[in-house]
Design a protein around this ligand. Sequence first.
Ligand code: GLU
Length: 308
Amino acid sequence: MNRGVKQLDELTQKQLETWAKEAQRRSQLGQLPTYIPQLAQVNPQEVVVQILTLTGKSFQAGNQSLRFPLMSVMKPFLLLNRLVELGEDEVFKRVGVQPSDQPFNSLEQLQADDGWPRNPMLNSGAIALAALLPGQNAGSRCDYLCSWLNQTAHCQLVLDQAILESVRSAPNPRNQRLIARLQGSGYVEHPDLTLDTYNQICCLSATISDLAELGLLLVKPPDLKWQVPSRMVKALMMTCGLYEASGQFAVDVGLPTKSGVSGAVLSIIPQQGAIACYSPPLDPEGNSVGSLFLIQKIAQSLGLSVFN
Ligand code: GLU
């Protein structure tokens, strides 16, 4: 579609505020996750959104200074880092690109694939990539990724120690089984170090503006070397970013999107900008009800699907 004006720029602040209120009403249909104790204690009413466009516009609603853990929204950026630094051959020897109709932490999927991590948006695939980060210990590996992103995206990600303690206080048995299986198939050598690295990466926290800035990295790669990796990351966000819901969302909305169990969601509008949302209650697939509603409303109203 080429109407001379970028569709995202046609959004108005008033529209966004109205839709954010509707997202807040709809979010009551979701549930807070309970397997990470601290995530069950956040304010379920919070709806925060920021949209940044390549033309320099910004739209926002909700508490812009709120910090929240990114959780699985970090997975595309872990993949981006490894692709930029190691190249696609090395990375895709360690993780696949096939979608899955199984949940984010599915051991059954990993078993069915004989221990091969099917894609980098599943926990198994992200854990396999966390094993490839440089550094002596989990802290230095997480710092490495965090500093790389802070420098390139001009954001300020910070490790949230309280949520990390909460994750460590209730070790997730599914992730432990995933990592044992990955060790068995040779994709992870140091299971404790790797699981702790993965957990720390998930506990990097951001404001909504940090998340939108991260999104712009994928819209406008800072360097020629980033172009192919960035295209691959967006393709995998489209096909795998919302787990079992990815196919339906591609049909309904048509934007590369990644969710996290904290309620954070990031969508990319190629050539135009990024939409960052946070609303904690989740649907049965583990995706934020309010954030997905809001992104769908914006995308459908402005005709943003990449398939238009
Ligand atoms: N750290 C979380 C886990 O592995 C991330 C999951 C998610 O955000 O979807 O369970």
